[in-house]
Every structure is written in C-alpha cells, then in structure tokens.
Design a protein around this ligand. Structure first.
Ligand code: DGL
Length: 278
C-alpha cells in the first residue's frame, strides 16, 4: 500500500540512549521513515517512580502518535520496564487500539539463552529497571534454568549524558560496578547492557571485564526483532511509509542535542525542539 502521508516509526528514549538502538534499526531497515524523540528535559528516568515514568512516557508516545507514527518503540529499558505494560493494556485500548507500542526488554530476554553456558547472566541497568524485576520475570518465562544477577548503575547515565564516559571518572565507576556484579556470582558468563545509554561505555566495560564474559548490547537484537515483527504483522508494515527520512526531536535544547547525538550516531544531525503540551 502506498501512503500519501508519512507514517514513520517512532523511537522514544528519555534522552540520547535510544540513539544506540535507532542506529541499528536504521542500518537494518533504511527504507522506513523514522522520528526519534528524546525527553532530554526530564532525563534521567532511571531513579523516578513508576507513576512518573509512566506519565512522562505516555505523554511522549502520544506526541509521536500525533506526529503520525502508527508504531512506537520504547528504546529505553526504564520506560519498557515501568510504563510499557500499562500503555499496552490500559492506555492504548482507550486511545487508539490500532496503534502499537513495543519495548526492548522482551526481545533481549527471548534470545539470552543463546549467550550463556553457565546459565548465570548479569544485568547492568538503571535502578528503576532493576527494581521492576522485569528482566528476572521475563528471563524466567523463556529460560527458567537461568540465574539472573542484577546491579543498578546510577552513575553511568549521568556520565554519558555529560560526555564524561571516556574520562577517568568513568574508569572508577565502571570498575566499581563490574566488581559489585561479579561479587554476586563468579559464574556469570554473559552480561546484558540493559540500559540503552550503556553501549557508549562498552569499550571501557570490556577493558575491565574478564575476557570470558560476553557483553551484550541490545541494539542489533532489537533491530532484528523489529524486522521479524514487521514480517509477521503485515497489516502494520503496510501502514508504514518508506522514504528513508529521519526527524529528530528533543524536549530540551536542539543545539545541545545535535552535539551529543553526533557521539551516539557517529554523524551529524539537525534536531528540533518539541513542546509536549502544544
Ligand atoms: N536509556 C534509558 C534506559 O535504557 C535510561 C536512562 C535514564 O535513566 O533515563 O534505561
């Protein structure tokens, strides 16, 4: 079906982190149109209550719907952990049951069994994601034999958002959190970077991690699962416009967004400010 109006795929994160997912999605599926929205004015979400994360996330998702997106990906673990279920089960049926919102936790937990031999998996995530127990619950559904060891890393998102992730302050906090997680179990042989900001710290984490431990970023997994989803849901696929366009929006300052986004994407972009309440 040929669309006259743009019907892009919406990609949402509390800030820049979702760009690490967007990068992989656009690489795998370059033909679709995309709108990225970062709620930089209110980042981080990681320490906020369930109610607040849900409220903020739903406001952003509705804005992406108004911009024409029939499908929105929450490229944020915290939002996926604390808001996705309420949005899917309560908000969407009331608002528009033909739109879809998907998260990043389920795609990751569906494949985690392929990455571990010892069946001990580590999770680095925000406090909100850890407290939600979403990874523990989802992994149990697919792989009941896997033991999950979680650690909240509250300093990592601020390091990335403030462009300090390559500096010496990052070394201290990377080593500290690795030691704390591995102290929970010496049997961990795979660790999920369960926050979309963390791939920017990947090289440093790898530097301090014992070499036998596999470090898993979610971007490629989520992109592949989205591709599979669209093959299965041809009614949604047919609604999406395909002219390869990208629009970037931030709830904060676009100049700042463009500078930092370049770090995440490895190329320059030009974003616009978005007021959620107009
Ligand atoms: N990027 C978000 C995630 O994946 C978290 C960042 C934040 O704390 O807002 O969990």
């Amino acid at each position: 079906m040929q669309n006259n109006l743009a019907s892009p795929i919406g990609i949402f994160d509390s800030g820049y982190g979702g760009l690490t997912v967007f990068r992989e999605i656009e690489q795998l599926m370059p033909n679709y149109d995309y709108i990225y929205l970062g709620d930089n004015a209110r980042v981080p979400y990681g320490n906020r209550s369930f109610e607040t994360v849900h409220e903020f996330t739903w406001q952003c998702v509705k804005k992406l719907f108004k911009l024409g997106c029939p499908l929105v990906i929450l490229a944020c673990n915290t939002a996926s952990a604390k808001a996705l279920r309420t949005i899917q089960q309560r908000d969407l049926p009331d608002y528009d049951s033909n739109r879809r919102v998907l998260g990043v936790i389920r795609p990751t937990t569906e494949v985690i069994g392929e990455y571990t031999k010892t069946r001990h998996v580590g999770i680095f995530a925000t406090k909100g994601t850890v407290l939600s127990q979403s990874y523990v619950i989802e992994i149990e559904k697919f792989f009941p034999d896997i033991h999950v060891h979680q650690l909240a890393c509250p300093m990592w998102v601020p390091l990335v958002e403030n462009n300090e992730h390559l500096g010496p302050g990052a070394d201290y906090f990377v080593k500290k959190y690795i030691d704390e997680l591995l102290n929970q179990s010496p049997e961990i042989d795979a660790i999920i970077l369960a926050c979309t900001h963390y791939p920017l710290l990947r090289d440093k984490i790898q530097q301090y991690l014992p070499p036998h431990i596999r470090l898993i970023s979610q971007g490629q997994i989520v992109a592949q699962k989205l591709n599979d989803y669209l093959k299965r849901h041809t009614e949604m696929e047919a609604r999406l416009s395909q002219s390869g366009s990208h629009q970037f929006y931030t709830t904060d300052d676009p100049t700042d967004f463009d500078q930092k986004a370049a770090l995440f994407l490895g190329r320059t972009i030009s974003s616009s400010h978005l007021d959620l309440f107009i």
